[in-house]
Design a binder for this molecule. Structure first.
Ligand code: ADP
Ligand code: TRP
Length: 325
């Protein structure tokens, strides 16, 4: 069966950076050219670790604006906020009643995230069940995920099968669409992956001056970057050279990387190119900000209405079959 519709969610966990752009946003742009998609901000998932209400509210809006700024096409991808569709939480409850605790205890990401934490919330434990609900509500064909999320999509298949067997055929079983292994971007510190929690990012909204400062400080030849998610990450310089493969770039890059000279000029060029790449995104972002919060909220209310209608179609079957109506 050909894949027609997909769903993907992104947690609003902070200011998006070049790593997120390469590892997540660019892939969404690629998918929207092939499939119809549901794209949502997973704010309920973001609550599974300690957070501040004010910050969460702001970040959800920032992520939606960034989706639009990088070029997600709302005609192809329905962009909505998870918590505005209460059916997600409702279905998660129902699915959870059908799942033995042991199945969640096996989840690799749960084990990693809860490791060495004093207090682990029930929400964090239930995270995969909510994710299964996200997926199953929309009867999608496939879910594009990185390797770390495959186990969660498989759990959604398990839950769909269980429910279908117990109560009658209700859910489509979603396929795993393994995202092509994109580059993993190393932080400017040259030590670990670019990540907002590590303060080693180049943000998609950084000004040219900030980009310049960060690039100038960035390590060109890190000793031996530790691999993450099983892959050797590349520095922003290696990533830059792949993106901007002109003859003059190549010469300067060679001089800096191989002969260790002209690194200042090379870094200036890298900073200029990165800012050039970010400029149209930032302009569009600013245009969207200028439309005001009211515009964004109206937009999100309208898309949530569409999502709720889709989700409700599934929930009517679920409630009826599970004996709730
Ligand atoms: P962060 O590590 O900054 O908290 P997340 O874990 O929220 O980022 O990741 C969101 C998405 O961005 C995921 O799809 C992830 O694979 C991608 N991503 C995050 N950091 C990088 C990076 N340094 N290189 C490539 N992709 C990344
Ligand atoms: N758990 C996913 C992540 O951290 C985010 C997510 C939540 C998701 N619900 C989803 C992804 C449903 C795909 C489909 O990356």
């Amino acid at each position: 069966m050909p894949i027609k519709t997909i769903i993907t969610g992104l947690q609003p966990s902070g200011d998006l950076h070049i790593g997120n752009y390469v590892g997540a946003l660019q892939q969404i742009l690629e998918f929207q050219s092939k499939f119809d998609c549901f794209l949502f901000v997973a704010d309920l998932h973001a609550m599974t670790v300690p957070y501040e209400a004010k910050v969460l509210r702001q970040r959800v809006r920032d992520v939606v604006r960034m989706f639009l700024a990088v070029g997600v096409n709302p005609e192809k991808c329905l962009i909505f906020v998870q918590s505005q569709v209460p059916q997600h939480a409702e279905l998660a409850w129902i699915l959870g009643t059908q799942l033995p605790i042991a199945e969640l205890e096996r989840m690799t990401q749960y084990k990693e995230k809860s490791d060495q934490k004093k207090a682990v919330s029930v929400g964090l434990f239930n995270y995969p069940v909510l994710m299964a609900a996200d997926i199953l509500l929309y009867q999608v064909d496939a879910v594009p995920v990185g390797q770390d999320q495959v186990q969660h999509v498989e759990l959604s298949r398990t839950l769909a099968r269980k429910f279908n067997n117990q109560f009658g055929n209700t859910f489509k079983l979603p396929e795993v669409l393994l995202k092509k292994e994109g580059a993993r971007i190393l932080g400017t510190d040259g030590k670990s992956k670019m990540s907002k929690s590590l303060g080693n990012t180049i943000g998609l909204l950084d000004s040219p001056e900030d980009v310049r400062k960060k690039v100038r400080k960035a390590v060109v030849h890190p000793p031996r970057p530790e691999s993450f998610e099983g892959k050797r990450p590349i520095t922003i310089f290696e990533w830059h050279d792949q993106q901007f493969a002109s003859a003059s770039t190549r010469t300067l890059s060679q001089q800096c990387h191989v002969e260790n000279r002209n690194c200042e000029a090379y870094k200036e060029l890298v900073a200029k190119n990165i800012s050039g790449l970010l400029a149209p995104i930032q302009k569009k972002y600013q245009d969207i900000v200028n439309r005001g919060d009211d515009w964004l909220l109206r937009y999100l209310n309208a898309s949530a209405e569409v999502a709720r209608a889709r989700a409700e179609r599934t929930m009517e079957m679920v409630r009826a079959r599970a004996g709730l109506r």
